[in-house]
Write a protein of this length. Structure first.
Length: 257
């Protein structure tokens, strides 16, 4: 389009009221319409981008504002105790200067692969080129990385951007149940399935108690409620999001959903 416009503009033009041949008047009119159309499209794109950016900023302000209000109402906005953080779940990107809290069952497998690409530790620019099963063993910097002191962590939380993602709680539990309990995961059947059989299922069979392999989603939910009521610490994949990333104690810059 730009080449066509340049070629057209280079041709002699004449004013609409001048004594020029009719075809030159028509050419001038076409050029004006053509250029006007291009500028209108550029204005439209810029307006769309600016409007989208504004809406995204407004959405973040609304989320953070809602979060702060609820943290205050529930008495959860307490000072952060760095020593009690799940430090393995906080990833640090020094190139782009941000901290990402990896919430289990909220896209953290993809995000770890993306972090690996952003760190420049692979020639590929596509996170999906990294097998999902490798995601949780990639050499990424976390708060738990060797030589990371509490002072370092305080500086990261103060000067780096903080990012977290959340998900509908029931859908997140459903995802965790499908992945960890409904699938063939013998270790999780031992850790979660057997206690569910013992404490929740009515009249469990000997095989139920021995294997813990067939807990229903409703039984799983009842067990999680029982854990909360008895202040029993759950598996990290099923724990509440605010206890993993501490959004009431850490001032996050971006909350994705």
């Amino acid at each position: 389009i730009s080449e066509q416009l340049e070629l057209t503009i280079e041709q002699p033009r004449c004013r609409m009221n001048s004594k020029c041949p009719l075809h030159m008047h028509n050419t001038a009119k076409k050029i004006d319409l053509f250029r006007s159309d291009i500028y209108n499209k550029e204005d439209h794109v810029n307006h769309f981008q600016n409007d989208d950016r504004y809406r995204q900023q407004q959405k973040q302000q609304d989320r953070v504002g809602h979060l702060r209000q609820k943290c205050k109402e529930l008495g959860l906005n307490k000072p952060l105790n760095i020593s009690k953080l799940w430090k393995d779940f906080f990833f640090v990107n020094h190139k782009y200067k941000f901290v990402y809290c990896a919430m289990p069952k909220v896209g953290c497998t993809f995000m770890k692969r993306l972090l690996f690409v952003l760190d420049g530790k692979t020639q590929s620019k596509n996170p999906y080129s990294i097998p999902a099963k490798w995601a949780h063993s990639l050499p990424l910097d976390t708060f738990q990385t060797r030589n990371t002191t509490e002072q370092n962590i305080e500086n990261y939380l103060k000067y780096y951007k903080k990012i977290m993602f959340v998900r509908d709680p029931i859908k997140r539990l459903k995802s965790g149940y499908t992945d960890k309990i409904a699938s063939v995961r013998v270790n999780m059947w031992n850790q979660e399935g057997k206690p569910i059989m013992k404490t929740i299922r009515k009249d469990p069979t000997e095989i139920d108690l021995k294997c813990g392999h067939n807990a229903s989603f409703q039984e799983f939910l009842d067990y999680r409620i029982k854990q909360e009521e008895s202040s029993q610490k759950p598996n990290i994949h099923f724990d509440m999001m605010y206890r993993t990333c501490h959004p009431c104690m850490i001032d996050y810059d971006f909350i994705g959903k």
